[in-house]
Design a protein around this ligand. Sequence first.
Ligand code: RRO
Length: 304
Amino acid sequence: MSRRLATEIAGLKLANPTMLAAGVLGLTGSSLRKVVEAGAGAVVTKSLGLKPREGYSNPTVVQVDCGLLNAMGLPNPGVSHFGEEMREVKETGVPIIVSIYGFSSEEFAKAAEVAVNVGADALELNVSCPHVEETGAEIGSDPELVTEVVRKVKNKVDKPVFVKLTPNVANIVEVAKAAVETGAEAITAINTVRAMAIEIETTRPLLANKIGGLSGPAIKPIAVRCVYEIYREVDVPVIGCGGITDWRDAVEFMLAGASAVQIGTAIAFKGLEVFKSVTRGIDAYVRKKGFGSVKDIVGLAQNF
Ligand code: RRO
């Protein structure tokens, strides 16, 4: 592994700037470990809450043009049950970020405390799920609610706090600024885009929940724009997420201002090999352009 690839996010040391995005392969220690072995620089768990939750009935994921549409409904075993799963990943030394959610700022703070107790190296606050009521994007579209959640979490834990934002807002920069002003150490942009699909023969919405979140190449330009706009207004690292499928996508996000990139949907289409191919491609690009570190390309598109 080339030294050019090493980077740092809020004190976490990543051997390369690829990360597993929340929601994909993040529910068990063994699947997270496979992602680490495939070469991810860090991993993020599925969003975990205080209590176990079943999620929605099927179908919860459908393939659409240029991406996936999901409405899983936050299925998870509860954060306190995750200690056992964490052990397998902790052994590897690769940073593990626990994604958490709550239906109130108090729940977020309690979930954060438990996540740190079970071994989280950092937290990613999910204030951006587009289709579960009274959490996610309902919080993340209001800068005041985001401030309250981040404040309560920061008061409870000492580990770095990342905040994952929704693109389903008029002004994502305002929300990012609220999070950073309250102490968030990194911003992840973006969660899925609220969307739906209908099967015309049966006339039915394809997802059992009808409305869900769109991920994959379809949302990449939206995500690149969000990273670009946020990067110029905050002084913490931005983590890009949304449609990264090959190394060119990853480089594009980094030029927009991403210090690292999260990969999720591409795993479904390309398998875990995507981490190595993206990492190798970034390394070759950085070398070809004459830079000594992947950090040197972050935000270069801002110069125009
Ligand atoms: O579980 C989900 O349905 C889900 C979540 Br928590 C999220 O943050 N984003 C998404 O597209 N699906």
